[in-house]
Design a protein around this ligand. Structure first.
Ligand code: 26W
Length: 817
């Protein structure tokens, strides 16, 4: 490689320069003439013109990182829910308006182009979107961070609603190419599977393996209003050349191609499962595939500027986004010990100093464990390493006073009850220097319940970092109307320092600001109502209360509690149609895991209730119910700015944090919620008079459970609840198939109501009545909405990343000079 300075065009971002770039990129990048260019081609050309303007920053940031020999953070995640990139990049570069003008100059409407970009939906829900917000914040703060993951060809499935039911269709998001990525075919690492281990002169060798190559695709992650950028590197599987030769030599061409395809399956699809551990072999292959390539890549990068591993932990931090990438631990041990011949003890010390782990869920069914037998077949060397780490850990624990054999069994990395399984979370804890939960409550419960033995053994290891969201996407981009109003009121600096929003409190009682605030919210509701009218054929009153529950469909999130309230409201309206009702539009959106029967039945129930309510002439505009299909990042950007009420109603103690709660409050919605996850901190921030808190607390839930919870009592004692449940049971909403929802009834009334829907029902309805009364008091509601926006400072992902950088990763921003 030579180190000459290249002569490249300096790209400025005037309207004229952008227009020239558009033409150049259409012609030389896309290979189209303006007369033949379809809107997709213009989008591609525009994306390339924007990308060109990021590249110079990217290269200079990377150079600076090398010159300063910075410590780098490797953020390992099976999921990155990026969404669209075009608008985000325009705003980061500050060229939204000039680009719009430049496109208009060539006769193209930018707003129409924006909607053509497919979402990069490489994630399921909260955990994946958090990773995307964190990339944005790392770049914005100049933290030298690399996202590492899998370049799935099929992202999160597309959800259609057909006859009220979820139908999944594959999301082949790369169909029209991906202008944002740089393929790096030269960056390729073999990833081995299978085989066995042998001892050879004091070292272990892993032999007789099969392998697949991991090849890199890089995406630039721009920081906001800074020239700092970072890299998201996603791995794609390529069959090795040899693979076709053996079969080909035997003349079986077809089988050779088939084998190649099969070995490339490892990066084919995202598992659409959120919060249940399925234990599929291909999933384990995926987990190992991407962490192996990542560990090889980071070692290669470290060794470019260092000749020994002496300073490894000063220069490298590896973060595990949940346990999905935990095999990075034995993989790094293997590479250090078996390949680079670092002594075991030194290697383990390095590992413990570089790794950190975030837990995202307390729910037992979501905690990963892998069958020892499967591991021994697929990754025999890694299983040995895990056993060795375990033996050493258990020895130290018993030296430290854990003599009780029951305790030893409890904390062992290997679950010996029944068929033996490796507990991935325990491995992550033992081999990391920091473990964090994602909200205050969740971090407390984590050390009190699921990891209590470890919290006693390693009290300094556990900490909290409350989640955050990026205000660039979730306010500036999603709601230009509200963002513009805030700019006029307090200036634009909130984008990079969200605590600035606190200044909105000074406008308390300013009638013209409040008026403008309502107008901004209303315009977002009109924008949404338009789109919904197009899809549903219904009309929506933009002055009604927009009540929104948008998130994955799961029993613990209690969409059923929301539906029960809708049914009771419907019954009340029908009983007293002449009364004054606060008009409401209740919106639901979210996907159900494809194998989660109950979640799919809940979707059907919502749609059946909607059909009944929306077509009842007695009800009219007083109540509308909509299930908006195909929830994802882009749809969230449309829905969230239009919400007045944010439903955050999980059973206390089950939602680790929630991040939708933050997005909605930032957009001026008031929360109706339980004291769960980050709701508690939102309540502290905005003040209890600006939020509707109801229901059992986490401690009360525990208390009720141990006292023997009997849901049928609530059914029997509450006439309105009984009526609603009986309507569900007897087919009032499904006359053609009366038994359709009987399992929902029995789950709640007879089979234990695990998430305590009935126990919180009365309090929920009461809180909803308080909502109705507040909403019609327009000045008071507006004041509370503004207080919600003003109180969101601490929920910026910039704050979260600053905490990770200081307390966990111990990294400093790169100096850009
Ligand atoms: C192994 C299968 C599996 C897949 C995904 C198990 C668990 C998950 C995730 C932990 C699910 C998830 O997205 N958790 C959410 O993480 C968010 C970010 O921290 C939190 O805000 C949500 O409360 C939590 O449910």
């Amino acid at each position: 490689m030579t180190a000459v300075d290249l002569e490249v065009d300096q790209l400025n971002s005037s309207v004229d320069a952008l227009r020239r770039s558009l033409s150049n990129r259409l012609m030389y990048g896309v290979g189209k003439d303006a007369v033949a260019a379809r809107p997709q081609d213009w989008l591609h050309a525009a994306a390339l013109a924007v990308r060109d303007r990021l590249v110079a920053r990217w290269m200079s940031t990377t150079r600076r990182q090398y010159e300063q020999d910075v410590k780098r953070v490797y953020y390992l995640s099976m999921e990155f829910l990026i969404g669209r990139t075009f608008t985000n990049a325009l705003l980061a570069l500050g060229i939204y308006e000039p680009m719009k003008e430049a496109l208009a100059g060539v006769g193209v409407d930018m707003e129409a182009l924006i909607d053509l970009e497919p979402d990069a939906a490489l994630g399921n829900g909260g955990l994946g979107r958090l990773a995307a917000c964190f990339l944005d914040s790392m770049a914005t703060l100049g933290v030298p961070g690399f996202g590492y993951g899998i370049r799935y060809e099929y992202g999160m499935f597309r959800q259609q609603i057909v006859d009220g039911e979820q139908v999944e269709t594959p999301d082949y998001w790369l169909r029209s190419g991906n202008p944002w990525e740089f393929p790096r075919p030269e960056i390729q690492y073999p990833v081995h599977f299978g085989g066995r281990t042998v001892q050879r002169d004091g070292h272990v060798e892993w032999v007789d393996t099969q392998h697949v190559n991991a090849t890199a695709y890089d995406t630039v992650i721009p920081g906001f209003a800074t020239s700092a950028t970072n890299t998201l590197r996603l791995w794609s599987a390529r069959a090795p050349e040899e693979l076709d030769l053996s079969a080909f030599n035997q003349g079986d061409y077809q089988r050779a191609v088939e084998t190649r395809n099969a070995s490339e399956n490892v990066s084919r699809l995202l598992y659409p499962d959120d919060s249940t551990m399925a234990g599929r072999e291909l999933r384990l292959r995926q987990e190992y595939f991407f962490v192996s390539a990542t560990m090889q890549d980071l070692i290669r990068r470290y060794l470019r500027t260092h000749s020994t591993f002496g300073r490894f932990s000063e220069k490298v931090a590896v973060h595990l986004n949940d346990t999905h990438p935990v095999l990075a631990i034995p993989e790094l041990m293997r590479l250090l010990v078996d390949i680079h011949r670092v002594p075991w003890d030194k290697a383990l010390a390095h590992v413990q100093q570089v790794f950190s782990y975030t837990n995202h869920t307390l729910m037992p069914e979501a905690l990963e464990t892998w069958d020892v037998e499967l591991l021994s077949r697929m990754l025999p060397r890694h299983l040995e390493i895990i056993f060795d780490i375990n033996a050493e850990f258990l020895r130290k624990a018993s030296e430290g006073g854990a003599h009780d054999p029951e305790m030893i069994r409890r904390i062992s990395l290997v679950d010996e009850y029944g068929q033996r399984r490796v507990r991935m979370a325990y491995l992550a804890i033992v081999a990391s220097h920091k473990v964090n939960g994602v909200s205050k409550l969740h971090s407390q419960l984590m050390t009190r319940d699921i990891f209590s033995d470890f919290a006693r053994l390693f009290p300094d290891r556990f900490t909290n970092v409350t989640n955050g969201i990026t205000p660039r996407r979730w306010l500036a981009q999603a709601s230009p109307s509200l963002a513009g109003l805030i700019d006029d009121a307090i200036g634009p600096r909130w984008r990079a320092d969200l605590f600035e929003l606190g200044a909105l409190r000074k406008l308390r009682g300013d009638a013209s600001f409040e008026e403008a605030f309502r107008a901004a919210k209303r315009s977002n509701k009109v924008r949404l109502a338009h789109r919904l009218a197009h899809h549903t054929g219904l009309t929506f009153d933009p002055d009604a209360l927009f009540d929104m529950q948008v998130k994955r469909i799961h029993e613990y999130k209690r969409q059923l509690l929301n539906v029960l309230h809708v049914i009771v409201r419907y019954n009340r309206i029908r009983a007293e149609p002449q009364r004054e009702w606060t008009p409401r539009v209740v919106l639901f959106a979210g996907k159900a895991a494809s194998a989660y029967r109950m979640a799919k039945t809940i979707i059907k129930l919502i749609n059946d209730v909607a059909a009944k309510v929306n077509h009842d002439p007695i009800v009219g505009d007083r109540l509308k119910v909509v299930f908006v299909p195909n929830y994802g990042v882009s749809l969230a950007e449309l829905l969230i700015p239009a919400a007045n009420l944010s439903e955050q109603i999980s059973t206390a103690g089950t939602e680790a944090s929630g991040t939708g709660n933050m997005k909605l409050a930032l957009n001026g919605a008031l929360t109706i919620g339980t004291l769960d996850g980050a709701n508690i901190e939102i309540c502290d921030s905005v003040g209890p008079e600006h939020i509707f808190i109801f229901g059992h607390t986490a401690d009360q839930v525990d208390g009720l459970r141990s006292a023997g919870y009997r849901p049928r009592q609530f059914y029997e004692q509450n006439a309105e609840l009984r009526m609603a449940l009986d309507q569900i049971r007897t087919g009032f909403f499904s006359p053609g198939d009366p038994a359709r929802f009987s399992d929902i009834f029995h789950t709640l009334v007879d089979w234990g109501d695990h998430y305590m829907v009935l126990a919180d029902f009365a309090a929920f309805v009461e809180a909803q009545e308080a909502v109705d009364r507040r909403f019609v008091d327009v000045p008071s509601w507006t004041a509370s909405a503004i207080e919600n926006v003003a109180g969101m400072g601490m929920f910026s992902s910039d704050r979260a990343i600053a905490e990770y950088a200081r307390d966990i990763w111990r990294v400093k921003p790169v100096e850009l000079g």
